[in-house]
Design a protein around this ligand. Structure first.
Ligand code: NI
Length: 227
């Protein structure tokens, strides 16, 4: 599933995060790469143990837990502490697939990356290029979203960031270990949850058919989730 989650941060919150990270010291982006993707990656990254990354990351994780669309689609078990990068002056990140496992030294967080997420922290009109291109079974998808919006996609997908030829692309990226490992199952639960919510708006939550469907949703979640 490829899903856009609008308004994870408000514009004011984006400005707050940008103020915190823009003034921090940035480093070569290859610090978090595997040896193969290091060859493809040219950008700047905020060191993951810096206080700016920690604070801005905690702020984003907090915003995610308040977002019902994100929670329903990702069914997060653990969200990796968000990282931050910036691309300008022709910088890019060539085709790669993210590492399957991630270990965060500082916090001891250790996850299997089921989902990848990018939160856009610059407005699309402020830079040229920088599209996130994601390949799935339906073909190529070019993603460039307003600041504050997030894209969620299976971490198993091949993806790249196109060269940024004007201005600067600033973003946060991170991974999620989901309670439901398999994308097809997670997608089915998400579709079901959305449909139940729509039905409940019309008929009311006490409608016996909705009670039964809600029960079926939870019983599938119980069958498929891993804690
Ligand atoms: Ni990646």
């Amino acid at each position: 599933m490829l899903l856009q989650v609008p308004g994870v941060l408000t514009k004011a919150e984006v400005a707050q995060v940008r103020a915190r990270i823009d003034s921090a010291e940035w480093a070569d982006g290859n610090a978090t790469s595997g040896s193969q993707s290091a060859l493809a990656k040219v950008n700047l990254q905020l060191p993951e143990d810096s206080s700016a990354a920690r604070e801005a990351g905690a702020f984003i994780r907090e915003a995610l837990t308040r977002n019902p669309l994100f929670m329903s689609a990702a069914l997060p078990h653990t969200v990796y502490p968000p990282l931050f990068n910036r691309y300008g002056g022709g910088q890019a990140f060539g085709d790669h697939i993210d590492n399957a496992l991630r270990f965060h030294r500082d916090t001891g967080v250790r996850i299997r990356t089921d989902l990848s997420a990018t939160l856009f922290l610059a407005e699309p009109e402020d830079y040229d290029g920088g599209e996130l291109v994601i390949e799935d079974t339906f073909g190529l998808h070019e993603v460039k979203l307003p600041a504050g919006d997030l894209i969620l996609y299976p971490a198993s997908s091949l993806h790249r960031v196109e060269p940024v030829t004007r201005g600067e692309r600033v973003g946060s990226f991170f991974w999620i270990q989901s309670l439901v490992r398999e994308d097809a199952r997670r997608t089915l639960l998400f579709d079901m949850d959305l449909a139940i919510q729509k039905l409940a708006q019309g008929a009311g939550q006490a409608d016996p058919a909705i009670v039964s469907l809600t029960g079926a949703y939870h019983n599938l979640l119980r069958m498929w989730s891993e804690l």
